[in-house]
Design a protein around this ligand. Structure first.
Ligand code: ADP
Ligand code: ASP
Ligand code: MG
Length: 473
């Protein structure tokens, strides 16, 4: 009989300190009794953010940013190592591995500060340091439990294109590399602990999959290995009906479809990287979201069909880190290709366009992009339309960052009339001003744009209106 394979990913908080890493190792050890396991790990909580901040400082020529962050990371990881591994020789071996990463970090920061330049390629390598430090620690913690385990660099496994900052996997090549770098370990009963978030081009240049990308790493590996399931261990008990930080009575959803979970992730539910489900959809590999702090809880199962529920609305989400860009003016009516040129420009930048709306008079095209993409999108549009702006055919290209998108999600909304009416009535009662509305053709989501300050009210009102906080019958 073929051995079952589980890919399990541990997020930043789930490997946030020695106690968390020890807990993650216990979870891996327990799972490995029934299946072959591949672990995928994020950097320790907060490390990636700190690396970004330090890299930005170094870019301004600040020579101290590098040594400071490297010293802090060294203390943090050596500390965890000391708690996790008792044997002096074993500890020394891991310490040597960490040292090589610190050394590389120092040189990267030094170069950045010297040149006052931070390319996306260099930034990717700097950001990879976090995962390259956490993976050896987790592998060591698993060995401490008497199992065989090895840290594996995802650059040897996940092949990607060269789009630094949000690279896309090359699945055929990744599959081949998994057969070489992971399958033999599994066959030998060794648990690979792979660095999440990172990959490499076919010529070996390190790339990253985008912030929060370790979820994506897990499903890429799950698909490449034809795993039986992927389990994403995080700090909440599954996918909830809304972000628990914004809606106090949000509840765990026991089962949800790929489509619904993908919509939630796409519209900002941080619990999953937006592309997480893409690799596993075709093969139908189930994905679980579970709480590493409460491993006895079952969590959420994401399956091809999900489980239908009465009213059709399953969950809500909101994205606040977005910007509304408007290309407009009466002159654009006569410019037939404004829409085409606008979205060719965004496509070229790989800007993440979340919602599009065009007024019927065609005086304005508005669309929403992630805040991180906003500045370069507007710059590129101003370049694209430079001539038209000069001749006032396009009057303005403006940007508004004080907005947010709220999305109401559920595949069954398709067969449930009146969801939009009910939502907008409820919002009207609470005086929430709607700036734009869009309904996906799939009818699996209705999304609307509100002022950023109204997000919490919009979410809580809609959550209450659809009874999402109540126990499901
Ligand atoms: P990890 O470090 O494990 O990847 P993240 O912080 O990236 O964890 O994602 C988990 C967080 O996502 C939760 O702590 C929660 O605050 C947030 N979140 C937002 N929306 C949802 C939702 N609908 N269901 C569950 N968690 C959500
Ligand atoms: N460490 C990376 C980040 O913070 C990837 C991840 O945690 O998934 O974005
Ligand atoms: Mg995450």
């Amino acid at each position: 009989m073929e051995t079952r394979i589980q890919v399990m990913k541990f997020g930043g908080t789930s490997v946030g300190d020695a106690a968390c890493i020890a807990r993650a190792a216990q979870i891996i050890a327990a799972a490995s009794r029934a299946s072959a396991c591949v672990a995928v790990v994020s950097a320790m909580s907060g490390v990636t953010n700190r690396l970004i901040a330090a890299a930005r400082r170094a870019e301004t020529g600040d020579q101290t940013a590098g040594p400071e962050i490297v010293a802090a990371l060294c203390a943090q990881h050596e500390d965890a190592l000391k708690t996790l591994v008792r044997d002096e020789t074993a500890r020394q071996a891991v310490s040597e591995q960490l040292k090589a990463v610190f050394q590389e970090g120092r040189r990267l920061f030094e170069g950045t500060a010297l040149l006052c330049e931070l390319t996306l390629r260099t930034l990717d390598t700097i950001l990879s340091l976090g995962e390259r430090l956490s993976a050896p620690l987790v592998a060591a913690a698993v060995r401490e439990l008497g199992l065989r385990s090895k840290g594996v660099d995802a650059t040897d496994v996940i092949a990607t294109d060269d789009f630094h900052g949000s690279a896309e996997p090359l699945m055929d090549r990744t599959r081949e590399q998994c057969e070489v770098a992971l399958r033999p370990l599994l066959a030998d009963g060794i648990i690979p602990v792979v660095t999440g978030f990172i990959g490499a081009t076919t010529s070996g240049v390190l790339t990253t999959l985008g912030r929060g990308g370790s979820d994506y790493s897990a499903t890429i590996l799950g698909a490449a290995l034809s795993a039986d399931e992927v389990i994403i261990w995080t700090d909440v008990e599954g996918v909830l009906t809304a972000d628990p930080r914004l809606v106090a009575d949000a509840r765990t959803i026991p089962e949800i479809s790929y489509r619904e979970a993908a919509e939630l992730a796409y519209f900002g539910a941080k619990v999953l990287h937006p592309k997480t489900l893409n690799p596993v959809m075709r093969a139908g590999i189930p994905v679980w979201i579970r709480n590493s702090f409460a491993p006895d809880k079952i969590g959420t199962k994401i399956t091809p069909m999900g489980q239908s529920i009465g009213g059709g609305v399953k969950a809500l989400t909101a994205i606040q880190d977005v910007a509304l860009i408007t290309v407009g003016g009466p002159g654009i009516v006569g410019l037939p290709d404004v829409v085409g040129r606008t979205f060719s420009t965004t496509a070229e930048l790989r800007a993440n366009v979340l919602l599009i709306s065009q007024s019927s008079s065609q005086n304005d095209i508005c669309f929403i992009v992630s805040a991180g993409d906003a500045k370069r999108t507007v710059e590129a549009l101003r370049k694209e339309f430079a001539q038209d702006l000069a001749h006032e055919k396009v009057e303005h290209i403006t940007i508004d960052t004080n907005i947010a998108i709220v999305a109401v999600i559920g595949e069954n909304m398709r067969g449930t009339p009146g969801v939009a009416g009910k939502t907008f009535n409820a919002l009207g009662r609470e005086n929430v001003n709607l700036i734009a509305i869009a309904q996906g053709s799939s009818e699996a989501n209705i999304s609307f744009v509100v002022e950023e300050k109204a997000v919490k009210t919009a979410l809580n009102t809609t959550h209450r209106e659809f009874g999402l906080g109540l126990p499901s019958s």
